[in-house]
Design a protein around this ligand. Structure first.
Ligand SMILES: Cc1ncc(COP(=O)(O)O)c(C=O)c1O
Length: 386
């Protein structure tokens, strides 16, 4: 079986991740948030180490400003609900995932925020000029930008956009769900205000872990509150980080697994992973360009995209191609709108979406070659239904 659905969640997971998760459950077990006994302290150390590994990967100097959540969806919701206030004007790219567009749409109804989609009408890429243009006569409070589209892999120049937005007093939330672990991220250097990540995608942690980084915790109202542990002396919300934004029992075994995976990524070097993905992506794109009737979405230049390859074959629905890849070749990809409605509108793939193959840490040349062969055979042989 060839797993090319790493944009949904990565698989397989490193042995070190599985071992750390099992070890936490079997040998540590205690609740790192509530108690002060020796086992709880061991658990807390494991969480601290994981926090510090994630911080290194995200280019964050203050690990305490990293908050663990269940997934990137929860992280994004907590940032948007905790920051976007009544009357806010929010700018967003056209590639935002449903975990951003849906909370924004509810915020529009309940808090009367205004939403404006900006960026190039063909590529969807936002330049500093787009930001200046949008903010010049009409101030915005927040710019939300997905570092790499989960639909086409298209990269956004987050570093350049942050300074443009800050010139107008507009804060920036970068969604790095598709880039953390495969592309160097420099939160501090970029000066980004908020960053949301998925621990279970390219950071190679288990499902059930994600989180966010906040530059200034006072900017964010806690959305979920509860016990912060032994220091709870009143109903006031604690001011220290991460307690202020991380109440309740965490997925400590999952976080232990994430910490171990991140250590492996730091040893390997994210830029080496990036080079390997660029090489494999180029191999697929070069081969796909030779297939008659196959359309590829996103930038041609592998420096401007990640290892996500979205495509369609003339006369075939994406779900038919996906099913054939699955049933006949045991190649697992995602098909459809990929939770990115506005991105599909941009690239003209409503209502059926695309076939999306996404590379992962363990993807090899053999996997890519079989994908190329299988797609070539489908394009040539499969009877057309549309
Ligand atoms: C760009 C992007 N943002 C957010 C999410 C939501 O992540 P999660 O599945 O961890 O909730 C995804 C998931 O695919 C994504 O691709």
């Amino acid at each position: 079986m060839i797993y090319l659905d790493n944009a949904a969640t990565s698989w397989p997971k490193p042995a070190t991740c599985i071992h750390a998760l099992e070890h936490f459950i079997a040998k540590i077990g205690a609740n790192p948030k509530y108690s002060l006994h020796q086992q709880a302290r061991v658990g807390e150390d494991v969480m601290d180490e994981a926090r510090s590994n994630v911080a290194k990967i995200l280019g964050v100097k203050q690990p305490k400003h990293i908050v663990f959540t269940l997934n990137a969806t929860e992280a994004l919701n907590r940032i948007l609900w905790g920051y976007a206030d009544r009357g806010f004007r929010v700018l967003a790219s056209r590639y935002e995932h449903a975990s951003i567009t849906r909370p924004l749409s509810i915020l529009k109804k309940r808090r009367r925020i205004k939403i404006e989609r900006i960026g190039d009408p063909v590529t969807g890429i936002i330049s500093p000029d787009h930001v200046h243009e949008a903010c010049e006569n009409n101030p915005a409070n927040l710019l939300v930008i997905t570092h790499a589209s989960n639909l086409t892999g298209t990269l956004q120049p987050v570093d350049k956009i942050v300074s443009a937005a800050h010139e107008h007093g507009c804060a920036v939330l970068a969604d790095v769900a598709q880039t953390a672990g495969v592309l160097p991220i420099k939160a501090d250097k970029w000066g980004v205000d908020f960053l949301a990540f998925a621990g279970h995608k390219h950071l190679l942690g288990p499902m059930g872990v994600g989180g966010f980084y906040v530059a200034d915790p006072d900017m964010l109202e806690p959305v979920i509150v509860g016990s912060a542990g032994p220091g709870d002396a009143s109903d006031e919300i604690p001011t220290g980080m991460p307690s202020r934004l991380e109440p309740g029992t965490p997925n400590a075994p999952g976080i232990a697994g994430l910490g171990a995976s991140c250590l492996g990524l730091l040893d390997k070097g994210v830029s080496n992973i990036r080079k390997e993905h660029q090489r494999l992506t180029k191999k697929i794109l070069d081969a796909f360009r030779e297939v008659p009737g196959l359309k590829i979405y996103g930038p041609a230049d592998v420096r401007k995209r990640t290892g996500i390859i979205a495509f369609n074959i003339d006369g075939l629905r994406p779900c038919e191609v996906g099913e054939y890849l699955d049933q006949k070749f045991e190649i697992l990809v995602r098909t459809g709108l990929c939770s990115c409605y506005w991105g599909n509108e941009l690239i003209g793939t409503i209502p059926d979406g695309v076939v999306r193959a996404s590379l992962g840490y363990f993807t090899k040349d053999d996997d890519v070659e079989l994908l190329i062969e299988a797609v070539g055979m489908i394009a040539e042989d499969l009877p057309r239904s549309v």
